[in-house]
Design a protein around this ligand. Sequence first.
Ligand SMILES: [Fe+2]
Ligand SMILES: [Fe+2]
Length: 469
Amino acid sequence: MTHRSATSRAARAVPSVSAPSPRGVLQRLIRKNRATTLGRYFRGLAGASLAAGLALSAGCADSHFPTNPGEDGFLPPLCDAMGRVQVVHEIDPAVTNYDYLAAWSYGFFVGEGFLTDEVGTRCETATDRPACEAALDESSMVPGNHLVTSDGDAVTRYGTPAEISTFLGDVNTAQEAVLVAWHAGYNVSCTDISAGAVRELEDGWEVVGTQMTADCDPVETTTYLLHVSPSAEITVLHSEVTSSTPGVCVGRRPVGLADAGGADGKTKVAAFFAEIAHLEESAVTAFQVLAHELHAHGAPLELVRAAREAAEDEVRHTVTMTRIARRFGAEPAPVVVAPQPVRSLYEIALDNATEGCVRETFGALIGTHQAAAAGDDEVSQALTVIADDETRHAALSWEIAEWIDTRLTDEERAGVRRARSRAVIELRAEMQCTPDADLVRVAGVPTAEAAVALVDRLAEDLWSDERAA
Ligand SMILES: [Fe+2]
Ligand SMILES: [Fe+2]
């Protein structure tokens, strides 16, 4: 179920990069001739922007956080089949006079609320149903995580911590503790017990959750061990940075990619190219796995072949970027990827939405920008070739998305759209970090302002139309 209003688009940030390609037209063109059109579009945007950034993450939980379900009484949160935490299920609130209850998150940048969970039927007992529906829709557009109920014609929003506390009364179920953490902005993972767990204590609950801590240089994800009291007060018991992004959005990362480690005293430029070389090598595995999985799911031969060719491209990129990294004095970290079973089409679609349609697509644009802006000749020449390949890979992501799309349920398709929107929000947050001046000069990395404008522009031209589709 989606609830959008005319205000959702108006509320979105206005892009400041001017370049050709009105929204909608671009998507139709891409469908006809993907890589060529995308390449032209990226060169237009990079040229208009010139006046780059990339992302890596990997986990490394420590003993403060559980590593297995059941460990020390920690259990995963209740989640639905789509991987959404069910914050309004298995709760025992003090307020019970409602026939519909929903939990909304709101992405300020995409101007759209995300329905996290719901119970009951919208406006089931309303006498003026359209007015009730409109009031619910309006409430869904309010920034911040919140609950909203309908009871007859009355629509009530619970947005502040005090209002959530009033709604819940005593926090007396595990899922209520998860709800309190979710409302405070913590992401409680459905799939990784070390990033999403809850256990009961004598004096309340402990919840494990994460937040993106955009400290810049690098952007970080922090895992928290929270204590949630019966009166819904949150205390941070322990926190630890569990992944970091060096400000690099290059290509597709495979599931199971291990952390490459820190920069170890290298210059920013050297560390940057070592990171890129590492990501290029990891993309080899990502495409090999993808080709294998597409074949296993009976995908058209041209998609399987294109994924194999992309893996070969990534081998060349690895060689090139390793050479450049070494020239600047850094050795790329070895790529370690834990083996994974063949994923379902839905899992592939979710990954493709994030890694392909958002990150690899944006990485191709950034590569195009860098090729045009890099002050170092070898870097500029290398990136000119690589950006062309990456643009083809980005186009392949959209083809794969289109092929899988027809094989998904409506609910799964909505899940894919949500994953893509979230990836855009995260990407935009990462791009707000100011890159080192040497990276801008030598590697042609866009300034934070330019990178955010490019994200906004792609959101407007590519990602938003898909959302509205
Ligand atoms: Fe690529
Ligand atoms: Fe690449």
